[in-house]
Design a protein around this ligand. Structure first.
Ligand SMILES: [Zn+2]
Ligand SMILES: [Zn+2]
Ligand SMILES: [Zn+2]
Length: 147
C-alpha cells in the first residue's frame, strides 16, 4: 500500500508530544519505515536500520515501534512462530493464514473472516481481534503434495 508522506512528516512532533526525543536512531527508523511496504519483522527492521546506522540499538527500535503503534502508524501481528510482524501504515484490518509446509502467508480480510469471527463470538462470547488472528495450517498446494 502507498505510504502517505504527510503522516511521516508529523511523526517528529508526535513523538515529542509523547516525551520522546527526536534522536538520529529514531529518525533512521522513520526513514526506513517510510520506505517499507507490507509486512516486516522487527529484526528485519533492525537490520535495515543498521544498514543506515550501524549503531542502531534493537531495544530503541522496539520501543519506538510501540509508540508508533499507539499513534496508528504501524500495527503488529504474529507469525506462526509467534514472532512479531509489523504492518506499515495499516489500512484495512486483516488476519493471516500461515502455511507450515511452505512458509507462505496469506491475508484474510474482515469479509472472509466474518463467519469465523461470528462463530467464536456466539459460542464463546469472545470478540476476535482480526489484526491478531493468525491461523497456522497447510495450504491447498501442500495438502495436494501430501497425497
Ligand atoms: Zn501481539
Ligand atoms: Zn503451503
Ligand atoms: Zn498482514
Amino acid at each position: 500500500m502507498p505510504i502517505a508522506p504527510v503522516a511521516w512528516s508529523t511523526v517528529r512532533d508526535r513523538l515529542r508530544e509523547r516525551g520522546l526525543r527526536w534522536t538520529p536512531q529514531r529518525r533512521t527508523l522513520i526513514e526506513v519505515l517510510s520506505r517499507t511496504d507490507g509486512h516486516v519483522t522487527g529484526s528485519e527492521l533492525v537490520d535495515r536500520c543498521r544498514d543506515v546506522d550501524p549503531a542502531t540499538i534493537p531495544s530503541t527500535v522496539y520501543r519506538t515501534l510501540d509508540v508508533l503503534e499507539e499513534l496508528g502508524l504501524v500495527s503488529h501481528s504474529h507469525a506462526a512462530d509467534g514472532r512479531e510482524e509489523f504492518h506499515v501504515m495499516p489500512n484495512d484490518e486483516h488476519g493471516h493464514l500461515h502455511c507450515v509446509g511452505c512458509g507462505e502467508t496469506w491475508e484474510i480480510d474482515a469479509g472472509e473472516a466474518a463467519s469465523l469471527v461470528a462463530a467464536v463470538a456466539q459460542a464463546r462470547r469472545f470478540r476476535v481481534e482480526l489484526s491478531h488472528l493468525s491461523i497456522a495450517g497447510r495450504c491447498a498446494r501442500c495438502v495436494a503434495a501430501e497425497t
